[in-house]
Design a protein around this ligand. Sequence first.
Ligand SMILES: Nc1ncnc2c1ncn2[C@@H]1O[C@H](COP(=O)(O)OP(=O)(O)OP(=O)(O)O)[C@@H](O)[C@H]1O
Length: 362
Amino acid sequence: MARITLSNLAHSYFPHPRGEEDFALKTMDHVWEDGDAYALLGSSGCGKTTLLNIISGLRRPSQGRVLFGETDVTDAPTPARNIAQVFQFPVVYDTMTVRENLAFPLRNRGMKAAYIRARVDQIAAMIGMEAMLDRKARGLTADAKQKISLGRGMVREDVNAILFDEPLTVIDPHMKWELRTQLKQLHREFGHTMIYVTHDQTEALTFADKVVVMYDGRVVQMGTPEELFERPAHTFVGYFIGSPGMNLFEAEVAGPLARIGSHSLPLGADYGRPAGRVQIGIRPEFVQPTDGPGLPVAVTRIEDVGRHRILRATLEGRELSIVLPEGRPLPGPEARVTFRPDRIGVFADDWRLAPRALQRIA
Ligand SMILES: Nc1ncnc2c1ncn2[C@@H]1O[C@H](COP(=O)(O)OP(=O)(O)OP(=O)(O)O)[C@@H](O)[C@H]1O
């Protein structure tokens, strides 16, 4: 197992990139700690697969280095990196039985037959395929074949890291949750460094200790699910994480006050006079209807989602979501709301500002 360091790394698919916009990955420095489970999350085209392929050695970065522990592996081919990979679609040997497929990586490394048998039984139990071990892979459903791919990815105990690229895409929704739980269990047991690419926040938040959020070729935040929820470093994290995502409004900020259109509201701290495109962000959980003074909103829709209700409203013509806890009375169509001051984030050119010092938190 190994810590993975990306040093001054960037990648362009163009042979002669003319500027930043030609880079699928913008310059980055990141350390992925040994033994942690990471989810690499972001919308389509943000660079997740490019980054994963650079870590696995399928692609050479056009700039910078990749280190496994202290060893520079930038120019090492995939087989020399001692990693396991699971892709979006199954990669299995049709003419082999399920047992032979699962045993393949262990046989290749010359492990003893008794160890292989015991380890394959353990992995088969994990992916729920004990009853199928002697069947040929040919003729199995895509779902079953992908479970074999997952099992094969996890069968070796001595890998530097296990990389998953959207591995549950073809898996039945009921089984998804179970497999994710199993992966987490396996991580607890064996402590492999795992990197799991997904564009699904539920998958990312339930699987990972740390979520790495990518946007437009950059890692905009690496943090625990709680950190991403509580202190998004970038407006994309605020909007992408959470259901519904963070409410964002263009605002004028002066010291401890923000102004949205003709309305003024207190911030939890003094932000000075930030330059650039200034926005304030508040999660729907911290916007609440009030009978007292507050911001006037027009409620347009109410969605009952079980434990709470989501109110869709407009404030100064901009959309606003409100999460109304169970048991709280519904407001009328013309309501007033408050934003909890200590839960308001201030962003300049999309990056969160720290109070007073006005530093970027990256
Ligand atoms: N082989 C390639 N040649 C040229 N451009 C590429 C190549 N592969 C990816 N790109 C571009 O690089 C950018 C990042 O793509 P990448 O596949 O890494 O994103 P992603 O986040 O994994 O997206 P998805 O979730 O759709 O797979 C995109 O603009 C994409 O069009």
